[in-house]
Write a protein that binds this ligand. Structure first.
Ligand SMILES: *Cc1c(COP(=O)(O)O)cnc(C)c1O
Length: 418
């Protein structure tokens, strides 16, 4: 693989474009690409469609293997037409990290692999979605973008907007982690603490739109964040030698990544890079906010709002998701399931993996490990399965347990007891 110099120097090759149109994910109605779009007329997310036969003819695995690492290597399957519109901060290919000590302590014969998304710009996988949405906004001449955020999305939005010269406004629930608010502000975003949850913050974006003219970049309310998150699936399949794991445990809030990866696997099959095998998609939520789990268990197509949502895993505290039916469809079509873990279990899982394997997961990422253990215990995954857990942000962005041990260097120290 070649070397990358960011922002753009290796991205300037001619870019044949394969985007054909946008499509309502619910009704199938066609919409024009290359123009500003939010939800469909039915109020549902729009999906980007490509000329996949054209991609198949233009792209081989070998061509791909020679390109610089990072998500722009998949440009034939991405919506940005002109290299000049790309606003990159160095979207690295995130590593797959095995947890051998954890495997041993659980006595499993399969593999537990973490895809560590904390290595991305702004420390979370929100960078994947927002680099795509902001690059497309730049291409479409948008000058002001707004969103509600539990922290990481706002941080990624403000960073890429700063790089693109676009104004960013972010509404956060008032208890959003301090570091996220500061991060958004120092990157030039206008950030406000709001006395409500993320969906209530989202209503402010809609309400302010007629007055401000800002573009609503809320989760799944524009077509391109999914395309960015889709690259997790493209990358994972390539890293596994064009194969998929037995199961993917995904911490599910708005579900962009789960929906995006499911789309990625279909597109990869259509261009001949993958076969029909699919991973079981497991939507992981917190017991304090588990609308998808409730709908999955009830056999419903939609997931009504979860009242009084609470969990330390802020990224998955999403009471209601506009793409609920897409999440539930992917989970069911894949033979997967939805599962909830409580805060105590996810914090315990975070501490276990950190101590055993040296990998500091974020609380949402740790929820996937807690869910894996629960599913292993109740037989929903087999000990021989190869599973991929998504760690979606660096654990360093979150409050960590305090350390209160001290040492007085002037006193006699009994080193044998240390
Ligand atoms: C946003 C976020 C999630 C949820 O991602 P979705 O694709 O929107 O479901 C999970 N974990 C973290 C750390 C996040 O920031």
């Amino acid at each position: 693989m070649g070397h990358a110099l960011y922002p753009n120097s290796n991205l300037t090759e001619p870019r044949p474009s394969f985007v054909t149109h946008l499509e309502c994910s619910y009704t199938g109605e066609r919409y024009e690409a290359d123009t500003v779009q939010n939800l469909s007329a039915a109020g549902k997310p729009l999906l980007v469609r490509y000329d996949l036969d054209g991609v198949k003819a233009a792209l081989t695995r070998d061509t791909l293997a020679g390109r610089p690492e990072g998500l722009w290597r998949y440009r034939e399957l991405l919506p940005v037409r002109e290299a000049a519109d790309i606003v990159s901060l160095g979207e690295v290919m995130t590593p797959l990290i095995r947890l051998p000590a954890t495997e041993r302590s659980l006595g499993v014969s399969g593999e537990i692999i973490v895809k560590d998304e904390g290595r991305l710009p702004t420390g979370s996988f929100k960078a994947r979605g927002l680099v795509m949405a902001v690059s497309m906004a730049k291409a479409l001449g948008i000058t002001h973008m707004a969103m509600p955020s539990n922290g990481n999305a706002g941080a990624a939005l403000s960073a890429y907007c700063a790089a693109a010269g676009i104004k960013a406004t972010v509404f956060c629930p008032e208890d959003t982690p301090e570091v996220n608010l500061s991060e958004i502000a120092i990157q030039g975003g206008n950030v406000y603490r709001v006395n409500g949850l993320i969906d209530e913050c989202g209503k402010l974006v809609g309400a302010g739109k007629p007055v401000t003219g800002w573009f609503d970049v809320s989760t799944l309310k524009e077509p391109y964040r999914i395309e960015g998150k889709k690259t997790m699936g493209l990358e994972l399949a390539e890293q596994l030698g064009w194969d998929v794991p037995d199961a993917i445990f995904y911490p599910t809030g708005g579900g962009t990544g789960l929906i995006g990866m499911w789309k990625a696997f279909k597109e990869l099959e259509a261009i001949g890079f993958l076969g029909a095998k699919r991973p079981r998609m497991v939507a992981v939520q917190a017991t304090g906010c588990a609308p998808m789990v409730r709908a999955y268990e009830a056999g419903e197509e939609h997931a009504p709002r979860w009242e009084n949502a609470h969990t330390v895993a802020a990224g998955i505290r999403v009471p209601q998701a506009v793409g609920d039916f897409l999440i539930l469809r992917a989970v069911r079509e894949s033979g997967g399931f939805a599962i909830a873990v409580d805060d105590a279990a996810l914090l315990e899982a975070q501490a276990e993996v950190a101590a055993a394997d040296g990998l500091l997961l974020c609380p949402e990422g740790a929820a996937t490990h807690a869910a894996y253990k629960q599913a292993l215990a109740d037989g929903r995954v087999a000990p021989g399965d190869r599973v991929v857990l998504f760690n979606c942000a660096t654990g360093l962005k979150y409050p960590l347990p305090p350390v209160d041990r001290t040492l007085d260097r002037h006193a006699d120290i009994d080193f044998a007891t240390l």
